[in-house]
Design a protein around this ligand. Structure first.
Ligand code: FAD
Length: 471
């Protein structure tokens, strides 16, 4: 690396950009590298989709509410910034699926809807006898021909387990994560492990039974710990703690990047206020549409147009506890597409994460909008809340009006990893190396949308940038 100071620009201050800035700054300081960085965020706040609201003693997550514990990069980052004592893990609660106007408990042992225990699957009334028999065919069906061609999750699961299990259970569960259409989402970019299990064990059911670690035994009446972690102070406190660790001189808010052009060995970034930043390397962590606009003159970036996005909205509703007449033991429900409701999922947040809700209150968080059906997100607050309350009345017999509610629209915010996604992203990355060396893309549109996936990508971007600057 030359001794002249090199400059790195990080575009977008969501969790991916923040992680990149944090670990880049750490490496620069630890190794005494002659590198400066700047984090450019369009809005007046950092965190992107992470937004916590603290109204009347509630901790209300407007975007993500927790992260998978098994993917360790998120808890590592939490520890790095000194929030370890705020980490909280809840207990596995019963979740439900709404189908035919009825809440069915999700059968025990169902991993993403794939049955791994016999009795709960046989005894549930969520599937008809014919649907159960069709799912059991998985036990004898041959494995799919070995090829790496991508296909949709719908095609894969419908073939193995039949339409009924897919529509009544797998689709609503997956929708909850991707707000996507199961018949378009890519198997290889979302759950490649299911393909691998099928290849190794032939039967998905038998393979999942063999590979799923036994649930930690619950002691006495205590439930088993869940797979998720969050922060008692809200996920926004992670954003605040990272920001506190960053050199304020390196963080620019109200700095929308409008255009990036190649200039000699580096890049010029045009900012909305008329200023410009020069950088030797750029990590771009913005949503695909925004990134595409920055690089309109570069043909290779056109591949970004092939990443569709869906709009969703979260609606948090605070009630007095007494308003929830049906005291169902559980943490919430997802809604099957066949159920014809506006809400796609509802979390009983006061039960799932008790620290979020003051004594005597209840906090529900509903989702609306999914792939191919997100027009509700563009309606007025009044229309959205009317539709949500109508559904809650039908499902949970809640007749009271909430003490307050927050609607958060996430327009075109959920990238859809449709069939061929992996191939397109690999191609994009190859093209960038060739035509725009030193530009790196990271974040939810590429290699995983979960918070730990975004953090992994931020960490990987730091390594890519340093490798580039060293050559
Ligand atoms: P973003 O958070 O979108 O950040 C991008 C940043 O770029 C933003 O701050 C934006 O203002 C900025 N920007 C945009 N344009 C420009 C520009 N021109 N110049 C400069 N800056 C710009 N994941 C989980 O793990 N667990 C969950 O429970 C969970 N729930 C979710 C619920 C919802 C409703 C949503 C929407 C997502 C959820 N996710 C969840 C996914 C996860 O929150 C996101 O994938 C992740 O936060 C994305 O982070 P990011 O940094 O890649 O992008």
């Amino acid at each position: 690396m030359s001794t002249d100071t090199l400059k790195v620009a990080i575009v977008g201050g969501g969790i991916t950009g923040l992680t990149t800035a944090y670990y880049l700054q750490k490496t620069i300081r630890e190794q005494g590298l002659p590198i400066e960085y700047v984090l450019l965020e369009a809005s007046d706040r950092l965190g992107g989709k992470i937004q916590t609201d603290y109204t009347n003693g509630f901790v209300i997550e407007r975007g993500p509410d927790s992260f998978l514990a098994r993917k360790t990069s998120a808890s590592r980052l939490v520890k790095e910034v000194g929030l370890e004592d705020k980490l909280v893990r809840n207990y596995t609660g019963q979740a439900y699926v709404l189908n035919n106007d009825k809440l069915y408990p999700i059968p025990g042992g169902a991993i993403m809807g794939i049955p791994t225990k016999l009795t709960p699957f046989i005894t549930t009334s969520l599937f008809s006898p014919a649907g159960k028999l069709r799912a059991a065919l998985d036990l004898v069906l041959p494995r799919s021909p070995q090829h790496d061609n991508d296909r949709s999750l719908g095609e894969f699961f419908r073939h193995r387990l039949g339409d009924e299990v897919v529509e009544n259970l797998i689709e609503p569960l997956l929708s909850g994560i991707y707000a996507g259409d199961i018949d378009q989402l890519s198997l290889m970019s979302t759950f490649p492990q299911f393909h691998q299990v099928e290849q190794k064990y032939r039967s998905l059911i038998l393979g999942m039974r063999s590979t799923t670690p036994k649930q930690p035994k619950s002691a006495g009446n205590k439930k088993a710990p869940s797979a998720f972690l969050t922060l008692t102070t809200g996920l926004q406190s992670l954003v605040a703690a990272i920001e506190k660790n960053l050199d304020p001189a390196c963080v620019r808010k109200h700095a929308p990047v409008q255009k990036v052009t190649k200039t000699g060995q580096g890049y010029k970034l045009y900012i909305g206020d008329g200023s410009a930043v020069y950088a030797d390397s750029v990590v771009v962590t913005t949503p695909p549409q925004a990134t595409l606009r920055m690089f309109t003159e570069y043909e290779c970036m056109r591949l970004l147009a092939d990443i569709p996005t869906t709009s969703v909205a979260t609606i948090a509703l605070a009630f007095p506890k007494a308003a929830i007449k049906q005291n169902i033991d559980g943490t919430g429900f997802v809604v099957s597409r066949n159920a014809h409701y506006t809400i796609t999922a509802c979390t009983w947040t006061h039960k799932k994460w008790p620290h979020t809700t003051p004594e005597g209150k209840a906090l529900l968080r509903c989702y609306v909008g999914r792939a191919g059906d997100d027009s509700i997100v563009y309606k007025s607050d009044e229309e959205i809340i009317r539709a949500v309350l109508h559904d809650l009345r039908r499902i949970l017999e809640i007749n009271e009006t909430p003490e307050f509610y927050h609607i958060t629209r996430w327009k075109q915010a959920m990238p859809q990893y449709i069939v061929g996604h992996k191939y397109r992203i690999e191609k994009l990355s190859d093209e960038l190396k060739r035509h725009l060396p030193g530009i790196f893309l990271a974040g939810a549109p590429y290699y995983g949308i979960g918070l730990p996936d975004c953090i992994d990508q931020g960490e990987a971007a730091v390594k890519q940038v340093l490798r580039h600057l060293r050559t």
